[in-house]
Design a protein. Structure first.
Length: 128
């Protein structure tokens, strides 16, 4: 059973890695949260995959600073909040269930509060 769970974590990690990498090109997919999820899934599923991922240039460019400082630029925060907000708004409109809509609104409020109060905002790097 443990092996199946580890395989599931690695499979989901590969999926979020691919989506996060596509997100570098397509602004509709938020790279940073997908890479955070990739890091978590690989850590749970395989030390080999986790070690490989944190050694990649993609990890170093998009996550290393956040993981070490727990801070993001305002631009990065807004991009994540807006992208997730747009997708969650689509879900809100398309789902007829009131319970699911309440859950979506709660998730949005939690996300806004988390990004506003739990993640520090750092100055924008001038090299962008």
């Amino acid at each position: 059973m443990k092996k199946i769970v580890k395989i599931l974590f690695v499979t989901l990690g590969i999926t979020t890695f691919v989506l996060g990498t596509i997100g570098i090109i397509l602004p509709a997919l938020p790279t940073t949260p997908l890479y955070l999820l990739t890091c978590f899934l690989f850590a749970k599923g395989s030390t080999r995959f986790h070690g490989w991922f944190i050694g990649t240039k993609l990890y170093k460019n998009h996550l290393e600073a956040f993981v070490s400082t727990r801070a993001m630029t305002l631009k990065m925060k807004l991009r994540i909040i807006l992208t997730a907000g747009i997708f969650m708004t689509f879900a809100f409109v398309l789902v007829p269930s009131q319970i699911v809509r309440i859950i979506i609104v709660c998730a949005l409020v939690f996300m806004w509060c988390y990004f506003a109060f739990r993640i520090k905002t750092i100055p924008q790097d001038n090299s962008d």
